[in-house]
Design a protein around this ligand. Sequence first.
Ligand SMILES: [Zn+2]
Length: 210
Amino acid sequence: MHSYDRLLTDNKTWASEKVAQDPDYFKRLSHLQKPEFLWIGCSDSRVPANEITNTQPGEIFVHRNVANLVINTDVNLLAVLDYAVTHLKVKHVIVCGHYGCGGIKAAMTKTDFKPVLNMWLRNIKDVIRHHRDELMAIPDEDQRADRLVELNVREQVYNLAKTTIIQRCWEKEQRPHLHGWVYGLKDGLIKPVFEMPVGTHIDDLYKYEL
Ligand SMILES: [Zn+2]
């Protein structure tokens, strides 16, 4: 038996348990998706959005990438954002980082991770540059990395507010509320670190006439 066979057999067990508890479970879910939340999280296998928020399939629309980045040329993320905000009409967009993030730690080193990863992690190096004084004042390396996790989440929430997708929806429909959260691998708890309610002031440079 291969390791992946377990995923398939466990899937069968899970599906039959769900139907045993609630015969209409899949019938209901297959008809409608109306999530209230878009989750932009890290790909790290220890931070599954539904499990740590105790939510069910259908409740959270999810996008994950290394270190939960919101990059304005990332067509994948922008398509997810546009679909969730404009079509699914989510009320909240949550960027959720996590302490002990490998992507964040990697960006703090001088290691050459070769072209593609270097390119991705460069975005985090830019966050370090913006907050260099605050970060360099923290002597402990792990604490500095944890603070960078929080600052990175804040920057990514700002990046959301810089998109016309969010600005247009704020103006026309007074949603969504943007949240920056950090999950603790050691205690399983989520800490809200930053938020931008509808209409929060943003630098004029990034504002569009819509
Ligand atoms: Zn991570």
